[in-house]
Ligand binder design. Structure first.
Ligand code: SF4
Length: 213
């Protein structure tokens, strides 16, 4: 069994509520969306990946002393047999972050997520291209919803999922740390709190501020 991997690197978690933790990132190839501000277009250009045998990938995971692994993309849940990769990684490590746009889910993934509910930290970042749609089967497994605050995001897009916010982190992330979107994020944060009694955390892309990968 082989997997298309664009890059493997060790860094800090640069986004969301786990910011600052050391993480081994595995970026899988392919994405079903084409967001206008995507900063990882190389993850789906069809030429930047290498085929890794499963054993080789697992050896890299085994040989890293980092406690946290992150499967990212692209859209990692599109990868054929990704549920097997998830299970194998979790036989080595106790904490797996999965960064997904939330549009792709199936029965095999559901079974794996159920089995490893306490070990998988699922970050869903809904995207404007699909009107912020999230596959409803992934709802029970979401640890964090992260909205990129860009020209498209509105308060109503965030409120679509207001029934979920009791049990997870709601993050606002200004697109590419731009000042204009920082201001918009502050406004949204204030409106969520004052008009809807919802607390969101405003978190920039820390790795970009620090010039890290
Ligand atoms: S879902 Fe993520 S990887 Fe895919 S195009 Fe959008 S930002 Fe890029």
């Amino acid at each position: 069994m082989r997997f298309r991997v664009v890059e493997i690197f060790q860094s800090i978690e640069g986004e969301g509520s786990l910011i600052g933790f050391p993480v081994l990132f595995i970026r899988l190839e392919g994405c079903n969306l084409r967001c206008p501000w995507c900063d990882t277009t190389y993850s789906y250009d069809g030429k930047s990946y290498k085929d890794y045998p499963l054993d080789e990938l697992l050896n890299i995971v085994k040989n890293s002393n980092f406690k946290r692994v992150c499967l990212t993309g692209g859209e990692p849940l599109l990868t054929p047999n990704v549920e097997i990769l998830i299970e194998k990684i979790l036989s080595i490590k106790d904490f797996l972050i999965i960064e997904t746009n939330g549009t792709v889910f199936n029965k095999r993934l559901k079974a794996t997520f159920e089995k490893f509910k306490n070990k998988i930290y699922t970050v869903v970042s809904p995207k404007p291209e699909v009107n912020y749609k999230i596959h409803q089967d992934i709802f029970p497994f979401i640890s964090e919803i992260k909205f990129v605050v860009d020209e498209f995001l509105t308060i109503n897009d965030i409120l679509k999922y207001s029934n979920l916010y009791k049990n997870l982190f709601l993050i606002l992330q200004p697109e590419s740390n731009k000042e204009i979107y920082l201001k918009k994020a502050l406004q949204l944060q204030n409106e969520l709190l004052t008009s809807h009694n919802l607390e969101a955390r405003l978190i920039p892309q820390c790795h970009k501020l620090l010039n890290l990968k």
